[in-house]
Design a protein around this ligand. Structure first.
Ligand SMILES: NC(=O)c1ccc[n+]([C@@H]2O[C@H](COP(=O)([O-])OP(=O)(O)OC[C@H]3O[C@@H](n4cnc5c(N)ncnc54)[C@H](OP(=O)(O)O)[C@@H]3O)[C@@H](O)[C@H]2O)c1
Length: 434
């Protein structure tokens, strides 16, 4: 006798939602074999049911209300693929209260409300699958929650925002400005119309916060993290870094440092020969350092319709096979231990790259080194390229590499540097990952 199908309520039929419908349709037989039953979309909820859609499953009429899913006792799994936090949270609470299990890709929601939602789901005997919420198609949630649980994780180092990585790659490869590379990213669909949360580091910091909770059992907020985006970088920074043997990446780091957790999302100089420096375009990478396994690295498509939908479909299969019911409760057990204290952002210690636009006249360098010296910041390299006479506008670009110092000392020095009459514009300050 054929098994009865697994019925899904799909909330959101945009990039990822329609990708899920496509995979469920194109791989229906394979998925049915792996699930042990046919998997079918029974409801679709969107904002605008009047708009024509590709990949709509036959026989399903989209609605703008979740009531049909809530009332349908034969739909046990809701795959929620809408963005934002407020409505998304409200919907998931209603679905959990109605006894539905959940799969979602919404990292902003999980950053804001994840721990509450997980507790609510576990208390009700329900599950939440969220593999697609961090690093799209890369199964990093599975790695941290299951594959590496024999280890204490010491550090995560990652590129978690494909849009920023694409822009940095385009800038360097095509020798173009940040603005042009951003426009190119938007044209190719790698950046949203409003890319603010991608380029200012928020998206990467939210994903890092989710991984930090799972890996270290410590709930953190964005204010615990030194966060800077790529939006102030200029091509010249990428070029100069290259000449010094580095690539600049938006690097997300969570590391246990003398029993405290340091958190940072910043454009960072990485030696060109490091694997992480070689991840280009929209791809993501995560290096996980475990106490017994050592360093393991995962890379691939961190976003995009089908890579993200592939992770969502894996969560659907985990639900269908009962794996989710077995593994979801263990997330709360694994994260239940004592939290780590978060290191205050100003104590973050790194070597730094500084670039200042300065008046090209005597004593300027002395004034700058005096400020740095008073803040106990020691210099390892100073570089000022010669300005050809025909281009001489009286300004010079000064690059300084420091020895290891703290974010706090640099912030204080930066404020003083910006007040020097000879310094024009903001100082660019980027850490170096050793
Ligand atoms: N795109 C990616 O590569 C990617 C990767 C990883 C994670 N994610 C996450 O996945 C989620 C979905 O992303 P997406 O790129 O697929 O977004 P999207 O293309 O903007 O699609 C969003 C869908 O949700 C629907 N929707 C929005 N608000 C709704 C509401 N209040 N009620 C009902 N439906 C609503 C929209 O309806 P209409 O179609 O009628 O507007 C649309 O179908 C987000 O949380 C995102 O962060 C995306």
């Amino acid at each position: 006798m054929a098994s009865s199908p697994l019925n899904i309520g799909l909330v959101g039929f945009g990039t990822v939602g329609s990708g899920v419908a496509r995979i469920l349709n194109e791989s229906a037989e394979l998925i049915a074999a792996r699930a042990g039953q046919p998997v079918q979309i029974r409801h679709i909820v969107i904002r605008d049911p009047g708009r024509a859609r590709d990949h709509l499953p036959a026989g399903v009429t989209p609605s703008d209300s979740i009531d049909g899913i809530l009332a349908d006792s034969e739909t046990s799994l809701v795959v929620q693929l809408i963005g934002g936090t407020d409505t998304a949270y409200d919907y998931i609470q209603k679905f959990l209260a109605a006894g539905k299990d959940i799969v979602t890709a919404n990292k902003a929601l999980l950053y804001e409300y994840g721990v509450d939602l997980f507790r609510q789901a576990a208390a009700d005997g329900r599950t939440i699958g969220f593999e697609a919420a961090v690093a799209g198609g890369i199964p990093i949630i599975n790695v941290v929650n299951q594959a590496l649980t024999g280890n204490r994780i010491n550090a995560l180092e990652a590129i978690l925002n494909g849009t920023s990585n694409f822009i940095l790659t385009e800038m360097l490869d095509r020798q173009q400005s940040y603005e042009n590379a951003l426009a190119q990213a938007q044209e190719l669909g790698y950046a949203e119309a409003d890319p603010a949360m991608d380029v200012d580091g928020t998206d990467a910091a939210q994903k890092l916060a989710i991984l930090t909770w799972l890996a270290f059992g410590t709930e953190v907020s964005l204010t615990d993290c030194v966060q800077r985006g790529i939006d102030n970088l200029q091509l010249t920074d990428l070029q100069v870094a290259g000449e010094l043997g580095y690539k600049i990446k938006l690097l997300a780091t969570a590391r246990v440092n003398e029993d405290r957790l340091e958190l940072s999302v910043q454009p960072t100089l990485l030696r060109v020969d490091r694997t992480i420096a070689q991840i280009d375009g929209p791809d993501n990478i995560i290096a996980v350092y475990g106490d017994f396994v050592g360093k393991t690295t995962y890379s691939g498509a961190g976003a995009g319709q089908l890579p993200t939908a592939s992770a969502v479909v894996a969560d659907i299969l985990d639900y269908a096979t009962g794996r989710a019911a077995a593994t979801f409760p263990s997330i709360l057990r694994s994260t239940a231990g004592p939290s780590l204290q978060v290191q205050p952002p100003e104590e973050l210690s790194r070597r730094y790259y500084l670039r200042l636009t300065v008046e090209d006249r005597p004593h300027v360098l002395a004034d700058i080194t005096d400020v740095l010296g008073r803040h106990e910041i020691s210099i390892s390299l100073v570089r000022q390229d010669e300005t050809p006479e025909e281009n001489d506008d009286g300004l010079a670009s000064l690059v300084i590499m420091t020895h290891r110092t703290t974010e706090g000392k640099l912030r204080a020095a930066d404020m003083e540097l910006n007040q020097l009459p000879a310094v024009h514009g903001a100082c660019i300050r980027l850490p170096v990952a050793d």
